[in-house]
Design a protein around this ligand. Structure first.
Ligand code: SF4
Length: 352
């Protein structure tokens, strides 16, 4: 390791020892199950939002076998509101794999950990280093930023070349005997000192040798090549009511909100009024021949996901007994609605 790299590693460790006061419930945790749980919950989720979920999951399932044995519906219900439900599905599959293949013992090697469903390179490195001090460097948004700025690297972090370069560099500056402490330290450093906006350069230990600071490039690195494309989707939920009960189904297929429940959904490519919706082919084939009554309908409710913006409207309809719901739908009572897991946008509507 050259002098510039050694200085970097030493400063991160020194900062951690003397100045790092960032607290999180899982910090210093050595139990791989708890670390894994926290990392899965924190994927795409802010710490403040994930924290209470972590506490709830640990409370309900203190060990991996307890989680593995839990009914799917119960686990999804506990996850409700966190979003990215594929995480929950993968988490449960991984818990069941640990329970069956590894006899309830959390795997202890990087390769075995990385083979668990829903565990990518970052999460595997975090668990391997925090729980077992294995020498694998974590690479998340914070680490990319600190490395890119200090070493003045403008290779896009989302390019193949960038990923290779940053992975090699992160592993080179990792102190092999303090992998866990260092990995936590560099992520904290990125969150607290070398922040995306207004980094604390004037008090930063790395400043004397930081390329971005010395050359005034802190706003320009790290570089990303792709712009995130956000798709707009228009959901019209029909609450088809029969004698005080409503039709719902479980979402399947490769779309958002897998395994969560929903009302009858008509999706359009642009906003649609009730009148326009009633003329659509989907509505006509469902109810066109029947005597239904619209009870009320809402304005659009918006939910922002990473790659999509969902605009949802809810339309309550009373349908006659002659109505036959399409395959996959079931009639449920209001009480049953409260026991099932729904996407956040539907939970928000129901709570209103
Ligand atoms: S000097 Fe500024 S840009 Fe450089 S590592 Fe420190 S906080 Fe980040």
């Amino acid at each position: 390791m050259n002098d510039t790299k050694r200085f970097f590693t030493d400063c991160i460790l020194t900062w951690n020892r003397l100045h790092n006061s960032r607290t999180m419930p899982w910090k210093g945790e050595k139990n791989p199950y708890r670390i894994w749980l926290s990392e899965i919950i924190l994927q795409q989720t802010r710490v403040e939002q994930g924290w209470p979920y972590y506490e709830r999951f640990i409370g309900a399932y203190p060990t991996v076998d307890k989680l593995a044995q839990a009914p799917e519906e119960e686990v999804f219900r506990l996850w409700q509101g966190l979003g990215y439900y594929a995480r929950c599905k993968n988490m449960l599959a991984a818990a069941r794999m640990i329970s069956s293949t590894h006899k309830n013992q959390f795997p202890k090697t990087y390769e075995e950990i990385a083979a668990l469903k829903g565990v990518g390179a970052y999460t595997a490195a975090a668990i391997a280093s925090f729980a077992f001090n294995l020498p694998h460097a974590v690479l998340d948004g914070n680490v990319y930023r600190v490395l890119a700025r200090y070493f003045g690297i403008d290779t896009p972090i989302d390019s193949t070349a960038g990923k290779k370069l940053f992975t090699a560099l992160a592993n080179e500056v990792l102190p092999k005997d303090q992998a866990g402490a260092y990995n936590q330290a560099i992520m904290d450093f990125g969150a607290v000192v070398c922040k995306p906006q207004l980094p604390l350069c004037s008090s930063c230990l790395l400043a004397p040798r930081c390329e971005a600071f010395q050359k005034g490039l802190t706003d320009l690195v790290p570089v990303k090549s792709k712009k995130l494309k956000i798709k707009k989707r228009y959901f019209h939920y029909l609450l088809l009511e029969q004698k005080g009960r409503v039709f719902i189904r479980k979402r399947t297929g490769k779309d958002i909100w897998q395994n969560l429940h929903e009302f009858f959904l008509l999706e359009t490519s642009a906003p649609a009024t009730d009148a326009a919706l009633q003329q659509s082919a989907g509505f006509q084939s469902l109810l066109g021949h029947l005597d239904y009554k619209i009870v009320d309908s809402t304005a659009e409710i918006k939910q922002q996901l990473t790659h999509q913006t969902i605009y949802a409207r809810f339309i309550r309809l009373q349908v006659p007994l002659a109505f036959n719901a399409p395959d996959g739908y079931q009639l449920v009572t209001e009480k049953q609605l409260q026991e099932l897991a729904f996407p956040k946008i539907i939970v928000d509507y129901l709570q209103r």
